[in-house]
Design a protein around this ligand. Structure first.
Ligand SMILES: Nc1nc2c(c(=O)[nH]1)N[C@H]1C(S)=C(S)[C@@H](COP(=O)(O)O)O[C@H]1N2
Ligand SMILES: [Mo]
Length: 227
């Protein structure tokens, strides 16, 4: 089974709540309301109250690859293709002649990352609101998340609340150290970070899996306990 995984990845049976450790104790303010704000330098800002309503739904089984080297295979997500959302809900509102190059994706917890629009238009890019046929749990991104199977997990914001569409270079304060946020982060090319080769980061990141998963699990237990 491991033979089929991308370079430097190993399979895990469970699917831990995970991320940058500074986000472990941050939770969505509105886990039940999938409001999605749209803005950017080529579009007038507006907000969707039910961003996936009336759009063609799909189900997709895909593997999930965290940059720290763990992978969870065969996750069944449901939602709407990013490309369909873009074509039906965003493109018609763009300024005439505008060319979108970069998209900034932000979560309710303050998490953010960027991707080239070209990468987001791949057919396996999903705006997902279900996992295994159930509404997304808080653990895995309620109410809405991006699913980006060809990219490391850090390109798939949970609790997605805001998309910015830019023709020019957006100003974004990275959620982590700049070296940790590769502009594309494609798994097949082992683009784990910028400035350092993937094979080197692999060895360093691996050490972070256990403490990070434990911290996220503790935070989740505290949240559930106090709620
Ligand atoms: N809002 C938000 N999205 C996030 C993160 C985060 O900390 N906050 N971490 C990213 C990282 S590094 C990973 S590996 C995945 C983990 O997704 P999971 O918690 O569903 O396993 O979420 C990504 N999206
Ligand atoms: Mo990750």
């Amino acid at each position: 089974m491991n033979g089929k995984l991308p370079k430097g990845q190993h399979a895990r049976e469970d699917f831990p709540r995970f991320g940058l450790s500074q986000f472990a104790y941050r939770f969505p303010r509105e886990p039940a309301a999938a409001r999605l704000r749209i803005s950017g330098d080529v579009i007038e800002a507006f907000e969707f109250d039910a961003p996936l309503a009336d759009l063609p739904r799909v189900e997709q089984v895909s593997d999930f690859h965290c940059v720290t080297t763990w992978s969870r295979c065969g996750l069944r997500w449901g939602g709407v293709r990013f490309a369909d959302f873009y074509a039906l809900c965003v493109a018609p509102r763009l300024a005439a002649g505008a060319q979108v190059n970069t998209v900034v994706l932000r979560g309710q917890d303050g998490y953010r990352t960027t991707l080239p629009l070209a990468d987001l238009l791949a057919t396996d890019m999903l705006l997902a609101d279900t996992l295994d046929g159930q509404p997304l749990s808080i653990e895995h991104g309620a109410p809405l998340r991006l699913v980006a199977p060809a990219h490391y997990g850090y390109k798939s914001p949970k609790h997605l609340s805001h998309l910015e569409f830019h023709q020019g270079e957006p100003k974004v304060r990275p959620a982590a150290f700049a070296f940790m946020d590769h502009p594309r982060a494609r798994v097949a090319l082992e683009e784990r970070g910028r400035g350092f080769p993937g094979w080197l980061l692999r060895h360093i990141y691996r050490l972070m899996i256990r403490p990070t998963a434990a911290r996220f699990a503790r935070a989740m237990a505290a949240y559930r306990g106090g709620n």
